[in-house]
Write a protein that binds this ligand. Structure first.
Ligand SMILES: *Cc1c(COP(=O)(O)O)cnc(C)c1O
Length: 425
């Protein structure tokens, strides 16, 4: 039965049969039992479906991944131990030493470092681009060894919305997939796979868990990208894998090739699996995600409007404000709302920003974002404190920018806290 996203939050992924638990069971087991040596052998040859060791796959994880996959409108999905692992696997699954890929420069700082520093050490080069450039300018960065394009639905921390039409055209005109990190919008407010993206990633640590309790990630593949059509570009999927007796993923698994390779090769070798207990927390979070996202967006809209009208505030960016450069894109791609994160600056220098934050009583200073409780972070003083003002601007983060993650409290209480903290500067 085709259902709406709210119903999928509750029912997708796990369908108990007669007498089975209503809630997703936690398979707290590293290993699985088989009757014969041949039964087990078939699993190792990828000839049969099944579980043998929880470093690669676990049923609890797969039920939760199946729910997320259905919510995103994807074909296959997997959970990873963190959002970082998800983004690494998503790119590394199709990029090898000597390859190149393109990423928007407006992305989460951890991903920026992963792509620009750590993956560079593996011989994979990333070019960071200004996502506001026109198509023709962006196309100039594509090289013969470019293997994918990466962006975020709503950028962390700058709160801008990706132009899906431009980026999916750019990727597909050049025979490469578009990978989109959908962490901030969540599958409730945006489905990148329905807007031209090929692969979606998540840090489930954020809204999906929603309660600041479990680090995790996910990758969901649309199954739509035709690897065999561009076989020369993607040898990892289109030529025999010697570590599985020479099977070829794209030929043997069709639409499931990408996730099968990431599971049976990358998860086998790197082991960044999510613990089944963590997957269970994510499952709990997903059940109420649609209700929480609606409230996060309502609260953020009220707070953005309050900030916009305050004389001590230098600027505010929230895609739900008409003044936001992303307003039109948000209306087009996230008509139900974007997320609860906004950014703004108080007038004055870094000291004024620090004073403002120290004055807050209800709002917590934290390195976390997209949580049930309202959180604030000043990248120039915290996550990006090693950077000079010039370097910050280069990374797309204004030195005065404060990232404000609006929680589920009563909006009037959050506003009252901001007001009293502003009054003191
Ligand atoms: C937090 C975050 C990540 C990294 O996720 P972790 O679960 O912390 O590893 C990746 N992308 C975005 C957009 C994030 O906000």
């Amino acid at each position: 039965m085709e259902t709406n996203i709210e119903t999928k939050c509750l029912h997708a992924g796990w369908t108990p049969t007669n007498g089975q638990p209503r809630q997703v069971p936690i398979f707290q087991s590293t290993t699985f039992k088989y009757d014969s040596s041949d039964d087990m052998g078939a699993l190792f040859d990828l000839e049969a479906n099944g579980y043998f060791y929880s470093r690669l796959q676990n049923p609890t994880n797969d039920f939760v991944a199946a729910k997320l996959t259905e919510m995103e409108g994807g074909y296959a999905g997997m959970l990873t131990s963190s959002g970082q692992a998800a983004n690494f696997y998503a790119v590394f699954n199709i990029c090898e030493c000597g390859d190149h890929f393109i990423s928007s420069s407006s992305i989460y700082g951890g991903t920026f470092n992963l792509f620009g520093v750590t993956m560079k050490k593996m011989g994979i080069e990333c070019t960071f681009v200004d996502q506001n450039l026109p198509y023709e300018e962006l196309a100039k960065y594509i090289k013969p060894n470019t293997k994918c394009i990466f962006g975020e639905t709503i950028t962390n921390p700058t709160c801008n919305v990706l132009d899906f039409e431009k980026f999916s055209k750019l990727a597909h005109d050049h025979g490469i997939p578009l990978i989109v990190d959908n962490t901030f919008a969540t599958p409730v407010n945006c489905n990148p796979l329905k807007l031209g993206a090929d692969i979606v990633t998540h840090s489930t640590t954020k809204y999906i868990d929603g309660h600041g309790s479990a680090v995790g990630g996910a990758i969901i593949d649309s199954g739509n990208f035709d690897w065999l059509k561009y076989a020369d570009k993607f040898p990892g999927l289109t030529t025999p894998d010697e570590s599985y007796h020479g099977l070829t993923y794209a030929k043997k698994f069709g639409k499931a090739a990408y996730i099968t390779k990431a599971t049976s090769q990358l998860m086998r070798d790197f082991g960044s699996i999510q613990a089944p207990q963590q997957a269970y927390y994510i499952q709990l979070g997903l059940e109420s995600l649609h209700v929480r996202m609606q409230r996060h967006c309502e609260n953020a809209q009220k707070i953005a409007e309050f900030l916009e009208g305050n004389e001590k505030v230098a600027w505010v960016n929230y895609p739900g404000l008409k003044s936001s450069p992303s307003y039109e894109l948000a209306q087009k791609y996230c008509p139900k709302g974007t997320c609860g994160v906004l950014c703004f600056a108080v007038k004055g220098d870094r000291a004024a920003a620090n004073k403002f934050m120290d004055n807050l009583k209800l709002v917590t200073i934290a390195t976390h974002v997209a949580d049930s409780k309202t959180l604030i972070l000043h990248p120039a003083s915290h996550t990006h404190r090693q950077l000079t003002d010039e370097q910050l601007i280069e990374a797309g983060v204004a030195p005065d920018l404060m990232r404000f993650s609006v929680g589920l409290e009563n909006a009037d209480d959050i506003i009252a806290d901001i007001q009293q903290a502003l009054d003191l500067i």
